[in-house]
Write a protein that binds this ligand. Structure first.
Ligand SMILES: *Cc1c(COP(=O)(O)O)cnc(C)c1O
Length: 377
């Protein structure tokens, strides 16, 4: 079945009473039969498994094209479980220098306690990755386009290099989703997401997931971190995500279309120093992006403003539809001055704002941006 059909019907359970939409199984436990065995569907206790979670995990595996998926209560819980399951003490991992700040935080301040070391690399440079590989490197994390600079990593090249050295590749596919970018087809071993973003799509549910390409020894280990570690999403959150996934293709299709028009519009504004969007032909990663992003370029755009930090902040709060807020991927457009959100060790340029383009009508979005530009004329 096509992606769009799977996003609606994938993982749909048989329902004895014929309800078209799945009920929310608000129960912590499940009845056993007279012999003390599990009931027909194999459910015991909701931390172990729950029909809503199973439905979500089945759909996620189908959409990403992997053999097994694991749902977590947030993207960071998924990243935590992934690093903990893959890495042993005394091992090393490689992360992008422009990496989601929560993952950089996890790697820099939590993993060292387990004697796990890391190297940050500019992943748009394959040579730099090769140089960073050590004897004890076990994992390379890819995030492309990167956050917030929208640098592009050639996934196939990194996977080929990693494979030749017996290193696993985990791809953070949050910003693209499998609708745009399919890391397993390019050689990745693991994909993870913050489902809070495009999968949820309405800025009302936190979630995360890991999907494995092949059922291997990692499956049992990740499952252990999920169910024994107790890192499980609620049945309601699974139900919400499952519903949201049904419209992923419609939402994201419109978001991409809007973003592409907006990127062209931003290029015409004298207040804009630089537009970071891989769909623009002058973006340094454009050719790779065109190939590995299925001709689509996502709905995230960053811009550098000529007026510096002050103007960036005025612009970010100067619109009506684009709300100045953290997060991304929802149906409503957001804008964020990343540097102010990065706490004590900010990395983003002071004049940079990041746009998450929603599904609103394009003329209204352009008019809203024009309103912001009026304020920094
Ligand atoms: C938001 C985000 C995360 C973290 O996910 P949470 O759901 O906030 O825990 C990880 N990676 C990327 C790329 C993100 O955008």
């Amino acid at each position: 079945m096509h992606f769009d059909t799977l996003s609606i019907h994938g993982g749909r359970p048989d329902d004895q009473i014929g309800s078209v939409m799945s009920p929310i199984h608000v129960t912590t436990t499940f009845e056993r039969d007279e012999a003390g065995n599990l009931g027909g569907k194999g459910y015991v206790y909701t931390r172990w498994d729950n029909p809503n979670r199973r439905q979500l995990e089945t759909k996620l595996a189908l959409l990403e094209g992997g053999e097994e998926a694991f749902a977590f209560p947030s993207g960071m819980a998924a990243a935590m479980a992934l690093t903990q399951s893959v890495l042993e003490p005394e091992t090393h991992l490689i992360i992008p220098d422009d990496c989601y700040h929560g993952i950089a935080h996890l790697v820099k301040s939590m993993l060292p306690k387990w004697k796990i070391t890391y190297t940050e690399v500019d992943m748009s440079d394959a040579g730099a990755i090769e140089k960073a590989i050590k004897k004890n490197t076990r994992l390379i994390i890819i995030e492309t386009p990167s956050n917030p600079m929208l640098k592009i990593t050639d996934i196939a090249t990194v996977c080929k290099l990693a494979k030749s050295k017996g290193i696993l590749v985990g791809c953070d596919n949050t910003w693209t989703t499998p609708l745009i970018q399919r890391p397993f087809e390019l050689g990745a071993d693991l994909v993870f997401h913050s489902s809070t973003k495009f999968f949820g799509g309405h800025s009302d549910v936190l979630g995360g997931c890991i999907i494995v390409h092949k059922k291997n020894e990692l499956v049992a280990r990740i499952r252990e971190y999920q169910v024994i570690g107790g890192s499980v999403p609620s049945p309601f959150d699974c139900w919400l995500l499952n519903r949201s996934l049904s419209t992923l293709s419609l939402r994201l299709g419109r978001q991409i279309q809007n973003a592409s028009t907006i990127a062209d519009f931003l290029k015409t504004k004298p207040q804009v120093e630089q537009v970071y969007y891989p769909g623009l032909p002058d973006h340094p990663g454009h050719d790779i992006a065109k190939r590995q992003m299925n001709g689509l370029f996502g709905s995230m755009i960053s811009i550098g403003l000529r007026g510096g930090e002050k103007q960036a902040l005025v612009f970010a709060s100067g619109m009506k539809l684009f709300k100045h807020a953290t997060s991304l991927g929802g149906v409503e457009s957001l804008i964020e001055h990343r540097r102010s959100a990065e706490g004590n060790s900010p990395r983003s340029p002071a004049n940079l704002v990041r746009l998450s383009v929603g599904v609103e009508y394009i003329d209204d979005l352009i008019a809203d941006l024009a309103l912001g530009f009026e304020k920094i004329k």
